[in-house]
Design a protein around this ligand. Structure first.
Ligand SMILES: Nc1ncnc2c1ncn2[C@@H]1O[C@H](COP(=O)(O)OP(=O)(O)OP(=O)(O)O)[C@@H](O)[C@H]1O
Length: 264
């Protein structure tokens, strides 16, 4: 049950230009609801990362971003990041630091925890490593991790900071099938348990269909459609936006999948 005052995230009037190229034109995205996972979809170059970075305050742009009654766009960046955290598509830098320390450093970024003891910090870091089933990496150096392991550590760092809203840019891109499913299931559990607002960029439409509550489709600088995944991903939208002849089908187990017949 959600608390009655649980805030939702809303971005309005997002216009972003790079030189003469207008990437987003007066986009309204949201409200993204607490306790729900929303996938931001769209073809390459459609502006998904740009929209996320604009929502997180990482791009100079005209936009009004609110979290409940609070205008995030009026907050200093450090404060804004505590409430609405963007995890970029690029993997965390392979710094010369053990994973455990990288987790502790992330917990302290932009925030002072005067009441936290070193034991608290270590316990919290181990807790998040455990959740991502990577506790065995605790003492390994960040620079010695594989791409997928770095992505898992980046996600653990992001979740450990406990923002109100998490904006995850292609969080599954370096993960094998097992970890893709495990991470999506973990995100769902955390989203529900902590009334998190989780927005993620996905290219895997099957994951969007089966593991998210809502999708927003970007195309040519505007929101083309938004709503429940199976309602939005129609053959007409897949043809126009993704340029494929395809349809969503349902397997005997109830799960949905995209069946592609060819390129449109
Ligand atoms: N810093 C920048 N300078 C100039 N153009 C940019 C910049 N960042 C993004 N763009 C352009 O903005 C458009 C949208 O880019 P964005 O990264 O938001 O797309 P995306 O939907 O996330 O794509 P992908 O699925 O390929 O990651 C692209 O045409 C890109 O070339």
């Amino acid at each position: 049950m959600l608390p009655p005052d649980a805030p939702s995230l809303l971005a309005r009037h997002v216009t972003v230009r790079f030189g003469r190229h207008t990437v987003l034109q007066d986009v309204t995205a949201g409200p993204f609801q607490p306790g729900k996972i929303c996938a931001l979809l769209g073809p390459n170059g459609s502006g998904k990362s740009t929209l996320m970075r604009a929502m997180a305050g990482l791009l100079p742009c005209s936009a009004t971003v609110t979290l409940g009654q609070d205008a995030l766009s009026a907050l200093p960046l450090a404060q804004r990041t505590q409430r609405c955290l963007y995890l970029p598509q690029a993997l965390p830098a392979p710094v010369d630091l053990p994973v455990l320390e990288a987790l502790i450093a992330a917990r302290h970024t932009g925030r002072l925890h005067p009441s936290h003891t070193q034991e608290d910090d270590i316990e919290s870091a181990l807790h998040w490593l455990e959740k991502f089933t990577i506790r065995d990496l605790a003492l390994k150096n960040m620079s010695a991790l594989s791409g997928g392991q770095r992505q898992l550590v980046g996600l653990a760092q992001a979740l450990s900071r406990q923002p109100d809203a998490l904006l995850l840019d292609e969080p599954l891109s370096a993960l094998d099938l097992h970890h893709q499913f495990a991470v999506m299931a973990l995100l769902r559990r955390e989203t529900i348990a902590h009334h998190l607002i989780t927005v993620l960029v996905l290219h895997d439409l099957n994951a969007a269909l089966n593991m998210t509550d809502h999708v927003v489709v970007l195309h040519n600088g505007v929101v083309k459609a938004s709503g429940a995944p199976t309602c939005v991903l129609t053959p007409a939208l897949l043809r126009e936006v993704y340029r494929v002849h395809a349809r969503v089908e349902q397997g005997a187990d109830g799960r949905h999948f995209v069946s592609v017949d060819g390129i449109a």
